[in-house]
Design a protein around this ligand. Sequence first.
Ligand code: PLP
Length: 451
Amino acid sequence: GANKLHNLDRLHHLHPFTDLQQYANKGGRVVSRAEHIYIFDATDKKIMDGMSGLWCCNLGYSQPTIVAAITEQLQTLPYYNSFFNCSNEAAITLAAELADVMPSGFNRFFFTNSGSEANDTNIRLVHRYFDILEKPQKRIFISRKNAYHGSTIAASSLGGMSAMHKQITGLTYVEHIEQPYWFENGGSNTPEEYGLIAARALEAKIDELGEENVAAFIAEPIQGAGGVIVPPTSYWPEIQRICDERDILLISDEVICGFGRTGNWFGCETYGMKPDLITFAKGVSNGFQPLGGVAVSDKVANVITTSDGEFAHGFTYSGHPAACAAGIATIALLRDSGILEHTRQHLGPYFRQRCQELSEHAIVGEVRTQGMLAAFELVKNKDSKERLGPDGSGAQFARDCAIESGLMVRAVGDSIISAPPFVCSNDEINILIDRLVAALDAASDEFGVRG
Ligand code: PLP
């Protein structure tokens, strides 16, 4: 049973973002089933999923209408492509539904299988846009340090994760600026002062490179895998001003923030951003099928749909009927059964309140929350901000304690991250917080901090 699977996994299966040597020796956890907000491993240990899978199963694991939609679609039209002027009803319907829930001015959608491919698609779309406008020299993308935009060579070039950049030779025309990470970089500035400073790094970078050479700025409304970096409220309006004044396209990567995670349909709405392109994936299909894409604003679409010649880009599974069926059913649940409204009005504020209480804990230096996203920055000393352990070891220890006690959370740098499904009850949020507190207590003992 469990041991045999565990061994086969260790011997034959290469895992993403995993120390392959360690895995080959020791293996990991085999997850065998899931229901509601719980996963069960091969030993039948039940773990509350405080991460919604990889921030994607926003409606939890038991959604029969999504499963039925996928199944029905597989029985009617299991596959056809959307190349060469072909289409299918599921892809058409999903595009129309997306137009309904997206911010106004977003009416056209290009489908991919993943967020990484969607960001590659963004690069192709932006190049095509400026080529048609006869500004081919506008080529450079500006992104942020510590960003994660995917794992293809192009998407990882947009990303700013130093560990990945050590392992790839990526696009030569990507530049990175600081993220609005006040706790780390804010110094004696207030968060609002620091938000402006961090945003103006974009202006300085554009001036350094020459506005005529810069095509686009890409960022997540809240940097997710980079540590749930909730920006000061001054940050996005200033970024928007800079992009508008300098003819720079703004790309909002909503792979994590989209479909309700920040409390609204899209993170750009939470922050009043007016992007030109929106990357989506993950929550669009509740993680039940591989699906991603780019939402193209009318401004960009009106250029690329009124010029001769083929857009030479796409994937065999772009607009895959079964994936699109999952997307249609997911949107229906979020919109028509009131889950998003409940999350925005009740669950998100409750989660936020319970998370904020942890700022009293001896090792919590800062709590960052918005909607159903939270980060707890772990410190040894709240005044000096000295982190709990070297190289993120404090957060890793706390994460391991949490998982052991039946709560899946993630460690990013010195922070513990949580992004629970929107179908939690208040009682389940309370259990999540209790398990987190127990893990923080264990970590403060381990690292010798007195409460
Ligand atoms: N963009 C962001 C913000 C992400 O968080 C991720 C994945 O975590 C991606 C892009 C890449 O998406 P995928 O893993 O579907 O390729």
